[in-house]
Ligand binder design. Sequence first.
Ligand code: FAD
Length: 615
Amino acid sequence: MKHFDVIVVGGGHAGTEAAHAAARMGANTALVTMRREAIGVMSCNPAIGGLGKGHLVREVDAMDGVMGKAADRAGIQFRLLNRRKGPAVQGPRTQADRKLYRLAIAELCAGQPRLEIVEGEVVDLLMDGVAISGVRLQDGSEISAAAVVMTTGTFLNGVIHIGDQRTAGGRVGDRPSVPLSHRLRELAPNVGRLKTGTPPRLDGKTINWDILEAQPGDDDPVMLSFLSQKPFVRQIACGITHTNESTHEVIRNNLQRSAMYGGHIEGVGPRYCPSIEDKVVRFADKTSHQVFLEPEGLDDDTVYPNGISTSLPSDVQEAYVRSIRGLEEVRILQPGYAIEYDFVDPRALTLTLELREQAGLFLAGQINGTTGYEEAAAQGLVAGLNAACKALGREPVTFSRTDSYIGVMIDDLVGRGVNEPYRMFTSRAEYRLFLRADNADQRLTPRGIELGCVGEERARAFACKSDAMDAGKAILDSIVLTPKQAVSLGLELNQDGVKRSAFQLLSFPQVTFGQLAGLFPELANIPAATAEQLSNEALYANYIARQQRDVEAMRRDENWEIPIDFDYGVLSGLSNELKLKFSAAAPRTLHQAGQVDGATPAALALILARLRQNK
Ligand code: FAD
């Protein structure tokens, strides 16, 4: 029997990140996956990053993971979302060439020492009492290891739905993983069903692009990885179109033929990523929805119509798609579909993503009730690092809500569980002014270096950046002005009598680095990227200090009792979604209210204000 320190089951986004991380930590690692050429396949949308998700990619990258690097190599359109808002909620996103992304992930895995790819289906987990000892493959061979990470995505007992047609499958073109699903049901306490969906794929040659609005990428593309400077390949524009009244009518007339509305699906789907039939039902007053037409690759005519995922039968898909402007003559290359799969209640896991009851068995990705490549990759990183620690007899590695979005996600999953596929939003992070995409390296890379999972190239680049930041900050700190002096130099400031350094002056949104550099020539020595980063730091320094105080005050208020008949409906400022969730959960204390899925510090502050008023 072959032996490894760590076995990772599954070569998707969680699996590749887990295997790479374990190998970087020094563990001899086997990545066992059904099809070697499917490593790094994007099952759904050809894009990486976005709001909240871009933060996760940057954090994985800060620990020297693969997702950000691969996304940059494959990126055919880069956009910084929320560019006009503050840096805290900006999310880097790239639309990726599907093939280039897969190849980049495969190449990064192939180039990683101590990482071996094994092609095969895992059908059983070998146990030594309550501890994992290895896996059995479909061909009967066995591999032993001290730790196993399962990252089987949507494959466990996967069922694909198109209208009333049901087919067993892990995703279109892939068989499901059934024996492993049975085995997991024996080992894990609570296994449930979730579902997700994908739109039809269109033949770009049959789209009338000339009459559609084009959406280009940013002029100054922002990369996903801290190590990349600029795009690697040619950049393209996407198209934008809209559904209309006729589209909605076709859908309404055929609702009962949809797998979901026809009652064929028991799993719960993501509410914030609704299918087109969901949108038509739930937002009945809207006469149109935006559809982004995203080319899937530079040498591929396939187009992904973002916004119209569906489980309607193929003939209805064709009818509604062809009712959309620019798609009148379109050819569908592959119908959209919904998929149902098993997931494990993540409350059975520890913060290292190890099952509490089965030593050495870690779970990461869609199997834990999340959705999305980035969420999967971030969990893969955590499980991979910890599987290596377990196998090598090292201390576990955990992340907290105060240091990363990774910590927020894991704490949410393990502490609250999920009742629908979980995805990351910036609103989930109470420390989001500090947990920015732009400073993920400052927050995490030193820890990665200490752990030994960060390679030399990144460690060197990070040291250069840190030195430049320290030098820049020292120059900014050396310039000190009274408000009078500042105003006499043309800066807009209140006369509050407080002396401030140039760094502190940058905390005022009306004061820019460019203005200061025009006044103090020594600032010209600070490189542009460093100046931008220091400006972000300065902008949030006061807020972060205040946030810290708020959090401490909130901790003191956690024991406030909430009356059983408390009316959440009257709290203006609270989203309808949270009103429903709080009413259903009926928390008895403010602390319990904080445990409700989606509860934010702002929501708790509203409840607290009302409790104080009613006292
Ligand atoms: P996957 O990427 O699914 O990888 C699982 C891997 O495990 C595969 O390589 C598979 O071969 C391997 N595997 C499974 N069982 C075994 C076994 N027994 N032995 C060996 N190998 C095995 N995400 C979004 O963010 N938005 C969406 O709108 C969205 N829609 C989706 C629609 C569909 C139809 C599907 C299928 C997925 C969708 N996703 C969406 C989810 C996204 O694809 C996943 O979140 C992401 O791929 C999860 O990564 P993962 O690593 O957990 O699993």
